[in-house]
Design a binder for this molecule. Structure first.
Ligand SMILES: Nc1nc2c(c(=O)[nH]1)N[C@H]1C(S)=C(S)[C@@H](COP(=O)(O)O)O[C@H]1N2
Ligand SMILES: [Mo]
Length: 364
């Protein structure tokens, strides 16, 4: 029997090891990561911020966009970008990381965007706190969740859907959740959600819905695909799942010395080598410590100044490089006492891998 849906046999993708599949490579071409050397910038220049777009980037020819506010509200409404810009504005420096960052370093790996370390970036987002719009429409008491639906649409594992996510009422009313129209002082570029996106600081990136078209107050939990069928931690395909929410503590270092074009392996001259990196955590929790690992021995790194509760923090250290092959690593600890693990904890979808980075270096 023909179902008319050729994607229905893609419900489960078996884990893989070894060479990357052409589909993974194609996804990776569409979704660039930050070049690690760009971790130098406090705020990532727009073109260096990572991207993750599940379906097609919607074509929005001009600014005639309207966002619907619907569902369990006293006054349903359609707001223009001008209406939203007339509300009180805030700019927040926010580090976003994709929940799938590190997936390619897990063995075996889940076939999806094969991020190693680079699905992270920090931008200055300008917008109005979402609560102004929710309060303007008047949430009914029975509104337990707010859903956010983007203009992009496609299939995943046989199911057609628009990209959508939700937040619990309390989270949605936070002063820090923004309806953002600008990134680093410029209108959102098409790939980052023009003309309007949600920014949910402290959460993995999937919560920050781009090309936002519809905001709906719900009396029952939202059950869209990206909420209940994806972004779930699971230790086995049929094991109980827990939702992916805040970012886990993590740090990265900029690979030192000179890189080889093809392998990207590093060549360093012996002597004192300055090292620099970034560390962040989720839920507005600060970074209290970063350690630099040299072949498994850990030394304390220096922390740079904080640049806001939701932005990554710089760290630096000096490595006395001696001739031979070395593995550099870094691990951060946050104010709730969480430290990065040295090896990935297993997750079926490859989510939340915050294992310490490893950089192989040849010193001559
Ligand atoms: N509408 C829509 N919003 C979206 C996505 C998407 O595919 N469609 N991807 C999400 C995911 S998984 C991430 S990690 C972030 C990435 O944001 P960026 O591309 O601006 O870096 O956007 C989120 N918002
Ligand atoms: Mo993501």
């Amino acid at each position: 029997m023909s179902s008319g849906n050729p994607f229905l046999n893609t419900e489960r993708r078996p884990h893989v090891d070894g060479l990357f599949d052409a589909h993974e490579v194609a996804l990776s071409n569409r979704n660039p990561g930050i070049p690690l050397e760009a971790l130098r910038h406090d705020v990532s220049p727009i073109g260096l911020h990572y991207l993750l777009t599940h379906f097609d980037v919607p074509y929005v020819p001009e600014d005639d966009w309207q966002v619907e506010i619907a569902g369990r509200v006293r006054t349903a409404q359609a707001l223009s970008i001008a209406d939203i810009k007339a509300l009180p504005a805030r700019t927040l420096t926010v580090t976003l990381e994709c929940a799938g960052n590190g997936r390619a370093n897990m063995r075996p790996r889940y076939p999806s965007v094969p991020w190693a370390y680079e699905a992270v970036g920090t931008a200055a987002w300008t917008g109005t706190p979402l609560r102004h719009v929710l309060n303007g429409a008047g949430l009914f008491d029975d509104a337990v969740e707010i859903s956010f639906i983007g203009a992009d649409r496609g299939y995943d594992r046989g199911q057609e859907h628009a990209y959508g996510r939700s937040l619990k009422r309390r989270d949605a009313l936070s002063e820090d959740v923004l309806l953002a129209w600008a990134m680093n002082g410029q209108p959102l570029p098409p790939q980052h959600g023009f003309p309007l996106r949600l920014i949910v600081p402290g959460w993995y990136g999937m919560a920050s819905v781009k090309w936002l078209k519809r905001i709906e107050a719900l009396a029952t939990p939202y059950d869209g695909f990206q909420q209940v069928s994806s972004y779930m931690y699971r230790t086995a395909p049929d094991a109980p799942s827990t939702p992916v929410t805040h970012m886990r503590v993590k740090s990265l270092l900029i690979p030192p010395g000179l890189g080889d074009f093809y392998s990207r392996h590093r060549m360093v001259e012996g002597g004192p080598i300055p090292l620099f990196g970034r560390a962040w955590s989720g839920a507005g929790v600060g970074i209290t410590r970063v350690e630099l690992g040299i072949d498994g021995a850990w030394q304390e790194a220096r922390l740079g100044p904080e640049q806001g509760k939701f932005a990554w923090r710089a760290w630096s250290s000096t490595w006395n490089a001696e001739r031979g092959e070395h593995v550099l690593s870094c691990r951060a600890t946050d104010a709730s006492g969480d430290t990065q693990p040295l090896t990935a904890r297993w997750d079926v979808g490859g989510f939340g891998n915050n294992a310490a980075q490893q950089v192989h270096v040849h010193v001559r």
